[in-house]
Design a protein around this ligand. Structure first.
Ligand code: ATP
Ligand code: MG
Length: 293
């Protein structure tokens, strides 16, 4: 199956007027997910504007990853609805989401350790025509051309990520930060409309983190990726996102700019669990980022 997205990286231009007319790229309404007696996500509702980088923060166990799993089709909600570009996609499986242009990166990278860095990118499904035996017999040249296109795209992705020097290295030998970059690269191979990044900065050293942030900005500005980013690094969120959604106990606690939410006593209380510590944090305007992981 062809995704309809080609291998060129020309940015799709969306006029201001079009953007204003269009529905939010993503809406979730009353989304709920129960695991037995645990209510991981509890009637959660929010929307994501296209073309933006939106942050999702909240203490450990707030339900952030579970929401990403439901939006990306890895987990069926117990109730509630998910709309992508105005269309109901609740319960649609991952491979279908992927073809619609939704991709998720993982909190813990999912690289293939025994494949090279380049091969890891080339294995990202992209409607490879070689999968169909009839097509192999009927048009082998077309398949060769397709594979050459995928390889070229993988090479360009590695260049973008400054990983070309590691193209033939086994992925298991990459550092934690390089694996995170590779995870972003695997998302890039699908040319997503909506990229859900689950803690892209976790375990990444400060220098690499600065370039990762710049890459995300470039993909947003020049290639029109809409990003939703779960992160515990509040400085990273503050530098990338003009809007932040704060989750606690499976629902939206508040939203706004990072400056606004980081000084909201309810947010500090959610991170610290209330009590004297929370009061001190409000007074000292302590970084809420330091309270997690
Ligand atoms: N597969 C599962 N089975 C049972 N409970 C689960 C499952 N996945 C998540 N949970 C529970 O659901 C709640 C939300 O988990 P989730 O992983 O979404 O939190 P999170 O906000 O991503 O946390 P963190 O910041 O630690 O990654 C937690 O209480 C967690 O233990
Ligand atoms: Mg998580």
């Amino acid at each position: 199956m062809d995704t309809g997205r080609n291998h060129s990286w020309a940015p799709a231009s969306v006029s201001q007027a079009d953007a204003e007319r269009a529905p939010p790229i993503l809406e979730v309404h009353d989304l709920t997910c129960r695991f037995g007696g645990v209510v991981a996500v509890n009637r959660c509702s929010f929307s994501i504007e296209r073309g933006r980088i939106t942050g999702v923060i909240g203490p450990n166990g707030a339900g952030k990853t579970t929401i990403f799993r439901m939006v990306a089709g890895a987990l069926a909600p117990s109730s509630g609805r998910i709309l992508f570009e105005g269309e109901d996609i609740t319960g649609v499986p991952t491979h279908e989401m992927f073809h619609r242009g939704i991709v998720r990166t993982f909190q813990i990278p999912h690289e293939f350790g025994r494949l090279t860095t380049l091969e890891n990118l080339m294995t990202v499904p992209s409607g490879q025509p070689g999968e169909n035996l009839w097509r192999v017999w009927a048009s082998p040249g077309r398949i060769r051309n397709h594979e050459a296109g995928v390889r070229e795209k993988a090479e360009r992705t590695l260049e973008f990520l400054n990983l070309s020097g590691l193209r033939d290295e086994l992925a298991m030998n990459l550092s934690g930060g390089q694996k995170k970059l590779l995870e972003l690269g695997r998302a890039m191979m699908t040319e997503p409309r909506l990229a859900l990044l689950d803690e892209p900065g976790a375990g990444v050293n400060p220098t690499l983190l600065a370039s990762l942030a710049e890459m995300i900005r470039t993909l947003n500005r020049e290639r029109n990726y809409t990003f939703v980013i779960i992160e515990h690094d509040m400085d990273l969120i503050a530098s990338l996102c003009d809007r932040v959604i704060v989750l606690a106990e499976g629902a939206v606690l508040t939203e706004g700019t990072m400056d606004k939410v980081r000084e909201d006593p309810r947010v500090i209380e959610a991170y610290l669990g209330g009590g004297d510590e929370a009061d001190e944090a409000v007074e000292s305007k302590a970084s809420i980022g330091s309270a997690s992981e």
